[in-house]
Design a protein around this ligand. Sequence first.
Ligand SMILES: [Zn+2]
Ligand SMILES: [Zn+2]
Length: 345
Amino acid sequence: MKKIVWTDVNQVKIVEEPIPVPGPGQAVIRILYAGICGSDLHVFSGLHPTAKPPMVLGHEAVGVLHAINSGRTDVKPGDLVCTHTVEPCHNCEGCSTGRENLCDNVKIMGTNLDGIFTQYICVSADRVIRFDDNVDVKIAALVEPLTVAVHDVRRSGLRLGETVLIGGAGPIGLIIAMTCKFAGASNVLLSEIDPIRIKMARDLGFTVANPMEAEEFEAACNAATHGRGFDRAFEITSAQSSFTNLLLHLKKGGVLIQVGMPPKGTQFKVDLDKLIYSECEVRGVRHHTMNDMQQAASIINSGVMNDTLKHLVTAEYPLEECLDAFMRAKNDKTMLRVLIKFAED
Ligand SMILES: [Zn+2]
Ligand SMILES: [Zn+2]
């Protein structure tokens, strides 16, 4: 089998090795498609503070169960599956309270554990999630970014009919926007300064305003909320200016979810008056749980979001052209998700 190894800044190479055999409690998945995420590009570009080559990147994939060595009877070889990409220790407080994303000893594929850009991957059998047989395989390849959105929208406490402001109209901003609409938001406004991203989000049917155009932006906020401010906000860009702008536009009791991850140790200025006198809240989000991914898989099984999700797949490359795929994903702003095809489905 072949796997893609990140060997140096902006370099990958394909390495051959034997197909793994699952040990007790393990399963092996034959990967079909995997998507390149912004965090993969961060590592690929040598910007991640701790990730060091050589390693296998990737955490967004769909595949077919190849072999399983556990007592599970609800999945069998040949089933279309994905795997939860967080490996918890099962022994700490986070793990025992259903928040394994907060595990003290967490390992994350493609960051501190070899990732999913490989034709066959060995994982814990209990982290495997099955899809229905008839799902669209390329949409199933989006299950991990959809899981991010499910987790973040859940953390926001979004309720039917509420209004949402999203700072950043890249792939994660868009998938959160799609998920908020699916979850019953009445109005979703995206805040974005990049003209290419503004156009792309508008082409997908989203309302977008540029915060650099103050008057236009205020008018859009007022139109979306009848002048009352937003119930929920999601900050994706990691920029102080975006954080400040989102917090400013929350209504009383509003909640801001900090999705973007600025460099470790970054400190933001916070308008405490907004937290005190308006009882606004700022909440963090970290990865996601197995339960979030099961919900994302259910959404994909149902097909209810397919018409919007399908627009996220903007290019597909064969395994042999993986370096081109990485460079395209890195340099072409119109790319939302570049998929690498690892095998025929
Ligand atoms: Zn990702
Ligand atoms: Zn743990």
